[in-house]
Design a protein around this ligand. Structure first.
Ligand SMILES: [Zn+2]
Length: 245
């Protein structure tokens, strides 16, 4: 164990798997540390086996107040916001010891949220852009085994263009405004549908094919090439399935 040079926190190194090291930056006497280390390993192994990839170093910084989180991110975050992954294999998350107090999440969500953030790091290795956001967030949600609480009576299921309300960062943020669960849940259901009906490998191939900046038209072309049909048809299938359930 050593001092984290960039902060007042302690730093501990752990083995995440073969050729993968993890680091946790934490406040000394944090009673959650051992649990965090277990969850870190669990989340890493889960994501690594899903993507069949490794990341040599992952750093997790535990955060202890909403103010600290806001300062790290540079803007005022909402109460549902509990963590994020940056582009250099660093994750910032509330420690389980303050999770309930600083957010509207249950402490029990920590493990899944951490796995979600780790999944972002793996996705970033395959496709170096955050867009389309529904694919990125839906996949992270899927890998982490997070559940959707979206009811199929939600009006979003009557919108055949729903996918294009949550593709760019701007549109995603607009949709997320009042009901943060809705875009996440829809993104998850879509990815879940694509994986169960068209295989996980095809979703990964789709990610790999999306080089560079997101562009709706180009995305639809790549999609059609891989799935053999128009994305609109696949969306129809998806929505009709949701309504049967
Ligand atoms: Zn996410």
């Amino acid at each position: 164990m050593s001092k984290d040079i960039n902060s007042e926190k302690d730093l501990t190194g752990i083995e995440l798997g073969p050729q993968s090291k993890g680091f946790v930056s934490f406040l000394s006497k944090d009673p959650s540390l051992n649990g965090v280390i277990k969850d870190f390993r669990y989340g890493y192994i889960r994501a690594s086996s899903f993507f069949k990839k490794k990341i040599p170093e992952v750093k997790l910084t535990l955060v202890y107040s909403r103010e600290e989180m806001n300062n790290l991110i540079g803007y005022k975050t909402s109460s549902w916001f509990v963590g994020y992954a940056d582009s250099s294999s660093k994750i910032f998350m509330f420690s389980p010891s303050v999770f309930d107090r600083e957010s509207n999440h249950n402490k029990k969500d920590f493990r899944k949220v951490l796995c979600h953030e780790i999944s972002h790091l793996f996705i970033r290795q395959i496709h170096n852009s955050y867009e389309p956001v529904w694919l990125e967030e839906g996949l992270a949600y899927y890998v982490a085994g997070q559940e959707s609480r979206l009811k199929n009576s939600n009006p979003i299921f009557n919108n055949p263009k729903a996918l294009f309300l949550i593709d760019t960062r701007n549109r995603w943020n607009k949709t997320i405004g009042s009901q943060p669960d809705v875009p996440y849940a829809l993104a998850f259901l879509l990815v879940d549908f694509l994986i169960s009906c068209y295989s996980k490998d095809r979703v990964i191939k789709l990610l790999m094919s999306l080089e560079g900046r997101y562009n709706k038209k180009r995305f639809c072309q790549k999609f059609r090439k891989l799935y053999g049909k128009d994305i609109k048809l696949i969306l129809k299938e998806f929505f009709s399935r949701q309504n049967i359930k």
